[in-house]
Design a protein around this ligand. Sequence first.
Ligand SMILES: Cc1cc2nc3c(=O)[nH]c(=O)nc-3n(C[C@H](O)[C@H](O)[C@H](O)COP(=O)(O)OP(=O)(O)OC[C@H]3O[C@@H](n4cnc5c(N)ncnc54)[C@H](O)[C@@H]3O)c2cc1C
Length: 223
Amino acid sequence: MSSPNLGPGPSTKIRRLPDKATYDSDAIFSILDEARYCYVAGIVDGLAMALPTLHAREGRTLYLHGNRSNAIMKAVLDAGRACVSVTIYDGMRLARSGFESSIAYRSVVVVGSTRSVEDEAERARILDLFVDMVLPGRASEVRPMTQKETRLTLVVALSIDEASAKVSQGPTEDDTDDQELPIWSGTVPAHLSFDEPVPSRDGAMAAGTVPLPASVRRLLDLR
Ligand SMILES: Cc1cc2nc3c(=O)[nH]c(=O)nc-3n(C[C@H](O)[C@H](O)[C@H](O)COP(=O)(O)OP(=O)(O)OC[C@H]3O[C@@H](n4cnc5c(N)ncnc54)[C@H](O)[C@@H]3O)c2cc1C
């Protein structure tokens, strides 16, 4: 059984290549959760701006955070609505023509209402969620946030009122006329990978005796 749809809504109807569209909430949430960062769009001083930032999802709420002076965060709060998008790069789809060549991707566009998170318990929970969004399990390893750090941080909740996903994958789709051309065609899959960790050399790390934390070991699949 498929999960509930989050669209198409008035702002999220995909028109071109609708066969690549999905509005299924599970598909949308899994792309949002896998994406390492997002772009938040807003109008700043009359100009449409899209800025990269971190996001963290809890149910049908997408959280953003930034310094209290952050112009784009203030803009989306003033507007009362925002649009956030994410893209995961999955590789190349190399057709025999440039026209049919493209990249493989999974992308999501979310549109919803915004509010500033002022409740202390919600703020604390979400600030930990951001740390775990960067690296699962890390929030329980770092020192707790100070009151000053918490005070400086603006947390914005975006209700996932409507959303769309577009998924481009699979073999290339060459024109039939092109298929006999002796030109290489195919896909080159891509994925995110992590290299050997580089430890800090300052303070308590200088002696080289602080062990690699469980969160990083899990990330690298080390026993
Ligand atoms: C990495 C990447 C590269 C791309 N390169 C190109 C390119 O070079 N040229 C090009 O024409 N298109 C490109 N696209 C596709 C592009 O994002 C749009 O889907 C496309 O411009 C057609 O949009 P539309 O007319 O259907 O929708 P629009 O009318 O532009 O948008 C209507 C609504 O459809 C939804 N929507 C549109 N696109 C997406 C999407 N990608 N993901 C999720 N929801 C979406 C949104 O909710 C949006 O508000 C690329 C997409 C990605 C992820």
